[in-house]
Design a protein around this ligand. Structure first.
Ligand code: DX5
Ligand code: ZN
Length: 214
């Protein structure tokens, strides 16, 4: 199974995003994870369309956009136009998941669906044949730098077993508290796309940090 590292921009030096994009490319990081928060779906506000647009014009790294917003459907076209390569939204949001997936696909972008730590993974089973990725949150969405929630590992195992049995081709992404220790737990459970923010950007050597996650 191919594995990917996606760097959460929340952990980056936000005053020097161009340098940070270069650093990700130099260290063979596969994706940039762009966390969008609206102060409604989560208790925090991050950044949005104009920043994404600038980044997509500057770098060719794969842009993995994580929408932690109340009404993702209303913003899919705008996020696609701003340069997203993949858009992940939450099943707990107010938007209709079927319509949201169709809109993402129609925009020519890959689609991901996410569950918060307290949401059973079975809730997304009916969308599995239409999405490219499932994001299993390993912290409560809202802030970078939180500790990994160990109980989420069983959800990853359950999903990996299910998609293997049904022969469904979908990536399993994990996001929150991923570092050189917790990676072993989530990899063993069956995840193959690893988001890392604070660990990746704060390590003394990004090259070493990437190696420890691959
Ligand atoms: C949390 C975000 C994550 C987070 C990851 O709401 O979705 O992407 O920034 O950062 P770390 O790796 O620091 O937990
Ligand atoms: Zn995220």
């Amino acid at each position: 199974m191919k594995t990917y590292i996606s760097a959460s921009i929340l952990g980056a030096d936000l005053l020097n995003l161009a340098d940070e994009c270069d650093r990700l490319k130099e260290n063979n990081v596969d994706m940039l994870h762009f966390d969008v928060m609206d102060g409604q779906f989560v208790n925090n506000i991050s950044f949005g369309l104009p920043v994404l647009e600038k980044i997509s014009k500057y770098t060719d790294i794969f842009l993995d956009v994580h929408l932690m917003i109340k009404s993702p459907l209303d913003y899919i076209d705008a996020f696609a136009k701003a340069g997203s390569n993949m858009i992940t939204f939450h099943v707990e949001s107010d938007s209709d998941p079927d319509e949201t997936i169709s809109t993402i696909k129609k925009a020519g972008v890959k689609a991901g669906i996410s569950v918060k730590p307290g949401t059973p993974v079975e809730e997304i089973y009916r969308f599995l044949d239409r999405v490219d990725m499932v994001l299993i949150m390993t912290v409560e969405p809202g802030f970078g730098g939180q500790g990994f929630i160990p109980e989420t590992a069983s959800k990853i195992e359950t999903l990996r077993k299910y998609i293997t049995e049904k022969n469904i081709d979908v990536d399993i992404q994990v996001d929150g508290g991923i570092n050189n220790k917790t990676i072993d737990i989530v990899r063993k459970a069956g995840a193959n796309v690893f988001v890392s923010g604070s660990y990746l950007f704060n390590s003394p050597s990004m090259a070493e940090a990437v190696k420890s996650l691959k």
